[in-house]
Design a protein around this ligand. Structure first.
Ligand SMILES: [Zn+2]
Length: 97
C-alpha cells in the first residue's frame, strides 16, 4: 500500500469510527447491546486505522515511520522526501501488500 493510500484509508476509517461512535452514543441507549456494538465498532475502526498507519505510515524514501504526524506533514520530517504520492524514479518495484 502506498503512503498516500494508507493515509486516506486510515483517515476514512477514523472518520467512520467517530461517526459510528457519535451516532451510537446519540441515538442508542447506553447499556444496550447495540450501544456496546457501536462502541466496539468504533474502537475496531480506530484501531484498524492506527494499525494501517503503523504498518504503512512510512516515508517511501527512507522508510522511517511517520505515524502521528502523518496528517500534518507533506514532506518527510526525516529526509524531506515528498509524501504526497508521486515518487519519481522507481515505479512500483515489487508489489508490496
Ligand atoms: Zn524520509
Amino acid at each position: 500500500m502506498k503512503f498516500q493510500t494508507a493515509k486516506n484509508v486510515s483517515l476514512a476509517l477514523i472518520m467512520a469510527g467517530i461517526m459510528i461512535g457519535l451516532l451510537g452514543s446519540i441515538t442508542l441507549e447506553s447499556g444496550t447491546s447495540e450501544y456496546t456494538f457501536s462502541f466496539i465498532t468504533m474502537l475496531v475502526l480506530v484501531g484498524l486505522s492506527l494499525l494501517i498507519l503503523f504498518v504503512w505510515g512510512k516515508c517511501p524514501k527512507c522508510k522511517k515511520r511517520i505515524f502521528y504526524q502523518v496528517y500534518k506533514y507533506k514532506k518527510c520530517p526525516h529526509c524531506g522526501a515528498s509524501l504526497t504520492g508521486d515518487t519519481k524514479g522507481k515505479k512500483g518495484a515489487a508489489k508490496k501488500k
